[in-house]
Design a protein around this ligand. Structure first.
Ligand SMILES: [Mg+2]
Length: 408
């Protein structure tokens, strides 16, 4: 069987680094996010690398962190913002493969077509760089032939590696993974660790070599799962539906240069809206929440904002998405030169549940959109464009010739 290529992409210090994006003056400062900053016994949810360099750890109380670093900046969490960025990251990764599975708010599995290991490592670097440049997040990537290998490559080896990536597969597991203490095997908690230690199993390798029938006799199917995990066996697919149904349809684009003027930005927002609209129709979905994300850069500081708006009724109309996104953008944009933009539609529902509204004039538009989609499918993405896309700011012409950011 051809080897699978699976990435587990883990955002580093996710909450704390996102707060720095939102507060550029804190870029070089120690920053933590805490559940309730006003109570000294509140717990640290996330610490940035600078704060960690003072010895601050997640899950410790605020007073303890302040003892280690009296000038630490303590911020309260903005979960909706983190969720929005997490959704943006998933839709960004969909450029590379449809098999994108959010594992947690800051971890995503991505399965790619089979390729040589060297190629996979290069692609991981490329994705890491784009995530940093375009969304502003630092990532580590574990590369494996199965999900458990990818996860353990990331958790145990990517952190120490100079490149922030690591590879785990049948060829190197015995050398790298097997010597690790049994407690570091994915899925082994404190109680299981104690059981295994009592049986004399101290390392992952000892479990991998332990007779399967004995583990099955003790724990049944769970014993077998444990043994398979130690050996990196895992046939489970990377699929968006494993943990959650598709929650949003989004599209994101990086501009060829900084955009300074609303007249240029507007063109890109229109293209993004059309693309999101086209894909919602492809999935026969309507969405009721429009989100916009923008990343800019000024004086070397990354600035970003992510905002969303709930609509009165669900839609997949490019015009409605565009108008909503434009209004949001204009309300929150402070004039920072913009480097990348994204729009997504969430709170999805099947299109056939759409309620008829007394004021609905979308019927004709719907059939127009379907015609446009058919033209695009038949003749390519640039077959039908808004006239504004022909201006120098227009990206749709260029994008139609690219796959995953590369020219076809
Ligand atoms: Mg993380």
């Amino acid at each position: 069987m051809e080897n699978r290529i699976i990435f587990l992409i883990d955002m580093q210090s996710f909450y704390a680094n996102l707060e720095k994006l939102a507060h550029p003056l804190l870029t070089d400062k120690p920053v933590v996010v805490a559940g309730d900053p006003s109570i000294r016994s509140g717990v640290i949810l996330a610490a940035c690398p600078t704060a960690k360099s003072y010895g601050i750890q997640t899950a410790e109380p605020i007073w303890q962190a302040q003892n280690k670093c009296p000038h630490v900046h303590i911020l309260k969490p903005h979960m909706q913002f983190y969720v929005n960025v997490s959704v943006t990251i998933s839709s960004f990764l969909e450029q590379y493969s449809a098999a994108v599975e959010p594992y947690s708010i800051d971890e995503v599995f991505l399965e790619l077509p089979a390729m040589e290991q060297g190629k996979a490592e290069q692609l991981a670097q490329h994705i890491k760089q784009r995530l940093l440049r375009e969304i502003g997040v630092q990532a580590r990537i574990g590369i494996g032939t199965t999900k458990v290998y990818a996860k353990m490559a990331c958790d145990h080896f990517a952190k120490e590696s100079r490149t922030g990536t690591a590879v785990l597969n049948d060829a190197n597991a015995a050398e790298l993974l097997w010597p690790l203490p049994i407690g570091r095997l994915f899925s082994v908690g404190n109680r299981m660790e104690t059981h295994l230690l009592n049986m004399g199993i101290r390392t992952i390798g000892q479990l991998a070599r332990h007779p399967l029938y004995d583990l099955k006799k003790r724990w049944g199917i769970n014993g077998e799962l444990l043994w398979q995990t130690a050996r990196g066996y895992d046939t489970s697919p990377v699929s968006p539906s494993t943990h959650q149904k598709r929650k949003s349809i989004g599209h994101h684009m990086t501009l060829p240069r900084d955009y300074y003027h609303w007249s240029e930005i507007k063109v890109v927002l229109r293209e993004l809206s059309e693309e999101v609209s086209r894909r919602s129709r492809q999935h026969t979905s309507l969405g009721q929440v429009v989100s916009i994300g923008a990343v800019g850069q000024e004086y070397g500081f990354k600035r970003s904002f992510h905002r969303q708006q709930r609509l009165f009724e669900p839609t997949n109309s490019g015009r409605v998405i565009f108008e909503t996104a434009s209004a949001l953008f204009k309300e929150y944009w402070d004039g920072t030169p913009i480097r990348s933009l994204g729009i997504s539609l969430s709170s999805l529902q099947p299109a056939h549940y759409k309620q008829l509204s007394l004021f609905d004039t979308d019927e004709d538009l719907d059939s127009l959109y379907h015609t446009i989609d058919q033209l695009k499918d038949k003749y390519g993405m640039d077959a039908v464009l808004h006239a504004s896309s022909l201006s120098p700011a227009g990206q749709a012409m260029i994008r139609a010739k690219k796959i995953g950011g590369h020219y076809k």
